[in-house]
Write a new protein. Structure first.
Length: 263
């Protein structure tokens, strides 16, 4: 399917989604969010797509957040009406809390406001050396309501997070790496190759094992440790019934790479 505001490529079980609005620093208006909501719905539903990468076009911005110009031009009522067509929230991701497939953010520049929240919604963050992260919403009369005020204090030290949320402090790529927010920081020229390398490392695991691991980790965070240790999460409970459950040990015994099917 052709999209107007994003580009989508799928190969080798990897779906790459690129926000394609460089003239607006890849800021998202509701129509772009509707497209992203649709493509991530399709990614979740496709049994042959196992990892997603999201990035932005150009070398300046991953995503500069909500398109405030669109909001000013069309008014709040129109924005709210259009948002109803993207039930998974900003960028189709910030409310996608039950997706068990890994999603990687390849941050190629500014990740501000909703753009930072988009990255925070992903499972791994690979950042270009010039990337920067921030939540400037209070300075335009808003707050980081697409998950920023909730996710950031859960992912980095509280006082650092509150400096970003309340005082609008920016985090450099180096800061993100130091606080454990980014998995790796690389030169821009190597960004997408590095993100794909991480995706291929994930693909070395059985797809349902990877998905079950993400599911257990995310759902288990909301439980006391003793209950999490006793729980059997849905995908975990299915693993012993899959072909890959047999293929993994068989490949190990035969000293060859496994041929995962995801079934």
């Amino acid at each position: 399917m052709a999209y107007e505001f994003i580009t989508v490529q799928s190969s080798d079980h990897i779906t790459t989604v690129t926000i394609d609005r460089p003239e607006r620093m890849n800021a998202l208006h509701p129509y772009a969010t509707i497209e992203m909501n649709q493509v991530f719905d399709e990614f979740e539903a496709d049994p042959q797509q196992w990892v997603a990468i999201v990035t932005g076009a150009g070398d300046k911005a991953f995503c500069a957040g909500n398109d405030l110009k669109f909001q000013a031009e069309h008014g709040g009522d129109e924005v709210r009406r259009l948002r109803l067509q993207a039930p998974r929230g900003f960028g189709g991701l910030h409310k996608r809390t039950r997706c068990i497939k890994p999603i990687i953010a390849a941050v190629n520049g500014f990740a501000l406001g909703g753009g930072f929240e988009l990255a925070l919604s992903c499972d791994l963050i690979i950042a270009a050396e010039h990337a920067s992260f921030g939540l400037p919403e209070p300075r335009v009369g808003l707050l980081a309501g697409a998950g920023g005020v909730h996710r950031l204090p859960r992912q980095i030290p509280y006082h650092i997070a509150m400096g970003v949320i309340l005082a609008g402090k920016r985090l450099s790529a180096g800061d993100a790496l130091r606080y454990g927010l980014a998995n790796e920081v690389v030169p821009l020229a190597k960004l997408m190759d590095t993100a794909r390398d991480w995706a291929h490392e994930i693909l070395k695991g059985a797809p349902l094992s990877v998905q079950g691991s993400k599911e257990a980790a995310v759902l288990g965070l909301g439980l006391p440790l003793d209950l999490a240790l006793e729980a059997v999460f849905p995908t975990q409970g299915r693993l012993s019934e899959t072909a890959d459950y047999v293929e993994g040990p068989k490949a190990f015994a035969e000293k060859r790479p496994p041929n995962w099917t995801g079934a």
